[in-house]
Design a protein around this ligand. Structure first.
Ligand code: CUA
Length: 333
């Protein structure tokens, strides 16, 4: 029984080392993540050496001086100047040896890298990511598009509580704090999909606050930016009526729709911009695949799908209203 349980735990632990895991900081796929990984490797082996020496001494003393019949009290010693000095200086030197490369890497990874950098601003919300591209004047949500092979500098903040931005294969972890700006550099070696996750407990749907990064060729990225800058086709009359009565414009932006504010870089909204909703592969903090079925379930009862989120409908929508909204939103590419 105990052996079986031990094997199961070992299998789980080993599975965590698999290179196929989508979120694995030990399998970096970009230069900044690699720097963090190199630091980790160094600190890990220092920690292993300390563990072996300390535990080895402890086990030795436990056996060497254990109680035996007929053995009296060992001689009682208090204070040994040489030992006291040695075990004060040695750990201090070790810690300094770990601290210098750690601090250096931390500062380096939160600085704006040199070269042809793409600037991005990410704002944390309970429970989704607002993504702004100040130079491109593009507003997105939950899915970060970047050109592969090009450094990206991300400035982070939050509108509510502390969140943490973490795409393990591309960069370290960085908190998003209300009223304060933090930053982080990231880069992907190759085009591909990289998964991320909010890494700081931020409320009921913390686990439902995921993030997707699409690294693309510069050409594909430019094409994506071009499409993101277009307005949406105006909603048909029936959709407009549902949106007005459900109060969508109170929280969302939608370029090209009457009554809605235009999405604007640097201006936070309560809910994500909807102008290109249909183009995203996921929604609701990247937890749901963007399909008719999932969107229907979401519009029926957003709080059942994702507890604690801000999408509180003023009334239940009828199935006909939901169908109209689904058709329109999914058409927004
Ligand atoms: Cu946001 Cu956890």
């Amino acid at each position: 029984m105990a052996v079986g349980a031990g094997l199961a735990v070992a299998a789980l632990l080993l599975a965590a080392c698999s290179e196929d895991l989508p979120q694995n900081a030990l399998d970096p796929e970009g230069p900044f993540a690699r720097k963090a990984d190199v630091l980790w490797d160094g600190v890990f082996w220092v920690a292993v050496a300390v563990f072996i020496v300390v535990e080895g001494l402890l086990v030795y003393v436990l056996f060497r001086f254990r109680h035996r019949p007929g053995r009296g009290m060992p001689s009682q010693v208090h204070g040994n100047r040489r030992l006291e000095i040695a075990w004060t200086i040695l750990p201090a030197l070790l810690l300094a040896g770990v601290a210098f490369p750690t601090l250096g890497t931390l500062f380096e990874l939160s600085r704006r890298p040199p070269g042809n950098v793409l600037d991005v601003e990410v704002t944390g919300h309970q429970f989704w990511w607002e993504i702004n591209y100040p130079d491109e004047e593009v507003v997105a949500a939950n899915e970060l598009h970047i050109p592969a092979g090009r450094p990206v500098f991300v400035r982070l903040t939050s509108v509510d509580v502390v969140h943490s931005f973490w795409i393990p294969k591309l960069a370290g972890k960085q908190d998003l704090r209300p009223g304060q700006e933090t930053s982080l550099a990231l880069q992907a070696d190759r085009p591909g999909l990289y998964l991320g996750q909010c890494a700081e407990y931020c409320g009921a749907s913390h686990a439902n606050m995921r993030l997707r990064v699409f690294a693309q060729s510069q050409q594909d990225f430019d094409e994506w930016v071009r499409r993101q800058r277009r307005a949406a086709p105006p909603p048909p009359q029936e959709v407009m009526q549902v949106m007005q009565s459900a109060g969508c414009a109170g929280c969302h932006t939608l370029a090209g729709a009457e009554g809605f504010a235009e999405p604007q870089v640097g201006t936070s909204t309560i809910g994500p911009d909807l102008t290109h909703f249909g183009e995203r592969t996921t929604f609701a903090g990247a937890i749901l695949r963007n399909s008719d079925q999932n969107l229907r379930a979401w519009l029926r009862d957003p709080l059942a799908v994702k507890p604690g989120n801000d999408m509180v409908l003023p009334r239940r929508l009828s199935e006909a209203e939901i169908e109209a909204l689904v058709a329109y939103l999914r058409s927004l590419e």
